[in-house]
Design a protein around this ligand. Structure first.
Ligand code: ZN
Length: 427
């Protein structure tokens, strides 16, 4: 692996520190040296990338990723994609996430039992390019809840988007199956969702006995539970069972916020608010008018989510971007839009938004001491960005402004910078 020296870059290190001019040397897969402009680095043998004032920042983390969502409008249309096509789809999506600047993604459920595991393994073994990835199970749900797509006349589990469980022992069996397959995370749907008839976002139908059985199995094997929890009752249920990664958390009361705050050194919230926005404002081509979305309860949830998440942010609870991209009305690769939404709707500064996808990203990927920050000794996951993301976060979702993407010391997207040359060799 050749070493790389980025010179003449504006370093936005991901910690919240103001950017500064300097150089960054990557040796192997790690950041070896970070120099202020007054202390230039000149190693022999490294490929030099003259950034010409571009911003160098850590790769972004998507905290709630569904590679296997195939940009269809319904869960059923995702589920019915044949397996062979589905595997190829996941490989394509993984590559494009990486090229879009997401060097880490945390799987938040897949559409068939082993899609996430197979994709992660293929990335890690070098068969396909992709981000660092933590693989999830399918969604685990209860009959009638979010993810149960079986029909009365077709009660076959293969027709279901998620896996239905009935009772603690059934849960144990399903969780053990996914753990055997090698998932990093078990996904439970604790609450409903507004687009499910009869199981809206306020519903909380999984029993404590079921959740406890899952938690026991997962803890035994040192893995993680991640939860779909839109209702206040489901957020509290998650916290009571020691679950530390909560998706959505739209509805909260004071008790919920107090419980989240009490656990804030351990808990992460990834709300995935873009899909709420998309359903209310951008889903008409797929038959969901604003009026329809409002009637389903999305305006109520949007308003509640903005209030809940703004309060969480003020209380110092870590909120991360990403979530539920991969539907027709909320397509893949626009995920960095969450950062703009955090600033526009949740009271984040642009710096806090960047920190949520870099510093917190390393933490949520369970690599807090080596990932998500530009710091000597950390893994070399880096983005070279044309412009200043702090002045305009939308450049992070513009492929033309993403000049280079490096993961683990290697370019996933190489810079087209003409001054590139090997240091110490004839130019
Ligand atoms: Zn999701």
């Amino acid at each position: 692996m050749s070493d790389t020296l980025f010179t003449n870059v504006r370093i936005l290190d991901g910690t919240g520190t103001l950017p500064y001019g300097g150089s960054v040397l990557v040796q192997g897969n790690r950041i070896r040296q970070v120099g202020r402009s007054t202390a230039p680095i000149s190693p022999a043998g490294a490929t030099v990338i003259d950034g010409a004032g571009a911003t160098l920042m850590p790769g972004m983390c998507e905290a709630h990723t569904h590679f296997s969502w195939n940009d269809a409008a319904t869960l059923a249309a995702i589920q019915t994609m044949p397996l062979e096509e589905h595997v190829l789809w996941c490989a394509k999506v993984a590559k494009k996430y990486l090229e879009s600047g997401f060097t880490s993604c945390l799987g938040a459920a897949c559409a068939k039992p082993r899609l996430d595991v197979v994709t992660r393994n293929a990335i890690n073994s070098g068969q396909i390019p992709g981000p660092r990835y933590l693989a999830a199970s399918q969604e685990i749900t209860v009959p009638g809840g979010l993810g149960d797509e079986t029909l009365p006349h077709l009660p076959f589990p293969e027709f279901s988007f998620g896996v239905n469980v009935n009772g603690a022992e059934d849960m144990r069996k399903v969780v053990r199956m996914f753990l055997k397959y090698g998932v990093d995370s078990i996904k439970l749907n604790l609450s409903g969702d507004n687009f499910v008839p009869g199981a809206n976002s306020h519903t909380t139908w999984m029993t404590d006995a079921e959740v406890a059985a899952a938690a026991e199995e997962v803890k035994m094997r040192n893995k993680r539970i991640i939860v779909h929890a839109r209702s206040a009752a489901s957020v509290k249920q998650a916290l009571r069972h020691g679950i530390r990664l909560i998706y959505h958390a739209s509805f909260t009361d004071t008790e919920t916020l107090d419980m989240l705050e009490a656990a804030r050194d351990e808990v992460f919230v990834a709300p995935g608010i873009a899909i709420l926005y998309a359903l209310l404002n951008e889903a008409e081509p797929w038959g969901v008018t604003r009026e329809t979305a409002v009637s389903w309860g999305y305006q109520e949830e949007w308003d509640a989510a903005l209030e809940s998440l703004s309060k969480m942010h003020k209380r110092g609870i870590r909120i991360l971007p990403g979530g539920d991209y991969g539907f027709a009305f909320n397509p893949h690769y626009q995920n960095a839009r969450d950062l703009e939404f955090f600033v526009k709707y949740l009271g984040f500064t642009p710096m806090e938004a960047i920190r949520s996808t870099t510093l917190y990203g390393g933490q949520i990927m369970l690599q807090p001491h080596e990932l998500g920050v530009i710091k000597e000794g950390f893994l070399a996951d880096l983005l070279l960005v044309d412009g200043d993301p702090l002045a305009n976060l939308s450049i992070l979702r513009d492929p033309k402004r993403l000049l280079a993407v490096m993961k683990d010391g290697k370019f996933a997207k190489a810079p087209e910078i003409v001054s590139q040359r090997a240091w110490g060799q004839a130019a």
